[in-house]
Design a binder for this molecule. Structure first.
Ligand code: F0G
Length: 455
């Protein structure tokens, strides 16, 4: 089916606030035109992120009641460890409070001052941890990853030539690992092919470089492989996921996305030495290696979510619901990143607001305009998110986007229609949208708390 109906029924409902346009105009002004600074009760449809916003299943809610809140050796930890080993296939697991907790451990363990960390496009928190530990992120994604209108099946792939060139240039001993994100969030949720993962592993093994995945949306990536890559159409998503992971030495995971929970994450690996170091560090930053900053109930819910995430009906509906929104926008001529990725529809704000320069923060301005129009909250993923370089100048990313991120199992196709109608309406009146300028800017991860004013 092109757009399958929900493979679940609704057991509990959460009422959402309705606001008027006048109220929203006031609210966005108070929030400094930053959608991160809006209160959630000012939002009608919240597409800020797919992180921690999933609806848990009845079985997950039930699992909260069997939380074993012992300080050490909780039963729920063993369940989580078993789920990760079974579904992802790694030998060792260290729980963390969320993805960046795992990134912190990995970066501290593996990176030395002056190292280079190649990756298929940066992610904000991942890059921040690499930098804090003296590493330099180097983008080795294929060129199409930066080109919003190029329609290719695996725009998240690592460019093997760029990777090899980096090895030749700086030397393999300066590259502790390559970080491969499956899928690539900032490129629009674009997947990496199995063939590419295999080749990355080959090059890395030859050069004694470890392969660490950012597995945050790996189940969505597995679904795209099933849909698009020859030889995988008859395999299950669970089988594909296991095979993907077999080409990695470990991964960081934000359980808040593909593990279908509101909080949680882990670092997994096959190397015992890295594991030992991770258990030494996790007690400093998170907690015992058997809870890593999580309550027993949260680990139980994550274990259950891991199994549910590879359910074929769930993942098919998930990816196709996102595609439905993208298709509606594309059919109306709204410029979006193509093809539509796994977790979100990314509007190409540079092209949508072609009358603004990148310094006028088009994606930030468009996100604010969408909120005022319909109460839909989206997120800037452009120059504001990219931050500044070592010399203090703005980074100018090629992709200047507004992300409409779809929480898992939360909204219906009717909600997607509300979003589409609003964005299409704004597109028809795009000339009236003005640019923004910074009035407050924090030094790191500035997009979270910056404030802006219209110019
Ligand atoms: N890696 C990727 C690709 C992510 O998208 C995120 C989070 C993280 C790592 C960090 O995980 O939030 O659990 O610490 N992305 C969220 C987003 C915040 O909205 O895209 P975390």
């Amino acid at each position: 089916k092109k757009y399958p109906a929900e493979p679940f029924k609704i057991k509990a409902v959460e009422t959402i606030e309705m606001t008027t346009k006048e109220q929203r105009k006031e609210a966005i002004k108070e929030a400094g035109y930053n959608t991160f600074l809006l209160d959630s009760d000012q939002v009608y449809i919240d597409l800020l992120t797919d992180s921690g916003t999933s609806a848990m299943s009845d079985k997950q809610w039930a699992s909260l009641m069997i939380g074993d809140e012992a300080y050490a050796g909780s039963d729920n930890w063993y369940k989580l460890e078993k789920a990760v080993k079974e579904v992802y296939g790694f030998d060792y697991v260290v729980p963390t409070h969320q993805g960046r907790g795992a990134e912190n451990l990995l970066s501290q363990i593996m990176i030395e001052e002056g190292d280079y960390i190649p990756g298929n496009m940066y992610f904000t928190t991942t890059k921040a941890h690499q930098k804090l530990n003296g590493g330099k992120f180097v983008d080795v994604i294929v060129d199409e990853g930066h080109q919003p209108s190029v329609d290719a099946p695996f725009k998240g792939n690592v460019d093997l030539d760029k990777y090899q060139e980096l090895i030749d240039e700086v030397g393999a001993d300066k590259i502790p690992y390559i970080c491969v994100a499956v899928t690539v969030n900032m490129a629009g949720g674009q997947p990496v092919s199995m063939d590419n993962l295999k080749k990355v592993k080959e090059i890395s093994e030859k050069n004694d470089i470890k392969v660490m995945y950012d597995a945050t949306r790996c189940v969505e990536n597995a679904y795209f492989i099933k849909e698009r890559e020859d030889g995988y159409e008859d395999k299950t998503v669970a089988e594909i996921l296991k095979e993907m992971m077999s080409y990695a030495d470990g991964c960081t995971m934000s359980g808040k996305k593909d593990c279908l929970v509101n909080i949680g994450g882990f670092l997994a690996m096959n190397d015992e030495d890295i594991y030992t170091e991770a258990t030494q560090l996790v007690v400093v930053y998170e907690g015992m290696p058997s809870y890593g900053g999580l309550a027993g109930r949260d680990m139980e819910a994550m274990a259950q979510g891991i199994y549910e995430s590879v359910d074929p009906n769930y993942i098919e509906h998930r990816v196709k619901q996102v595609r439905y929104l993208g298709d509606r926008l594309a059919e109306a001529g709204v410029p979006i990143i193509k093809p539509v990725g796994g977790h979100a529809v990314f509007i190409d704000a540079k092209s949508f607001l072609s009358h603004l320069s990148q310094d006028q923060l088009p994606a930030q301005a468009l996100a604010a305009a969408i909120y005022v129009d319909s109460g839909v909250r989206s997120m800037e993923r452009g120059i504001v998110s990219a931050g500044r370089d070592a010399d203090g100048n703005h980074c100018y990313p090629e992709l200047e986007t507004v992300r409409l991120t779809i929480p898992r199992r939360v909204y219906t196709y009717a909600h997607m229609d509300v979003v589409a109608d609003s964005v299409i309406n704004l597109y028809e009146n795009r000339d009236s949208i003005k640019g923004l300028e910074f009035v407050y800017e924090p030094p790191v991860l500035r997009f979270f708390t910056s404030r802006f004013a219209p110019i």
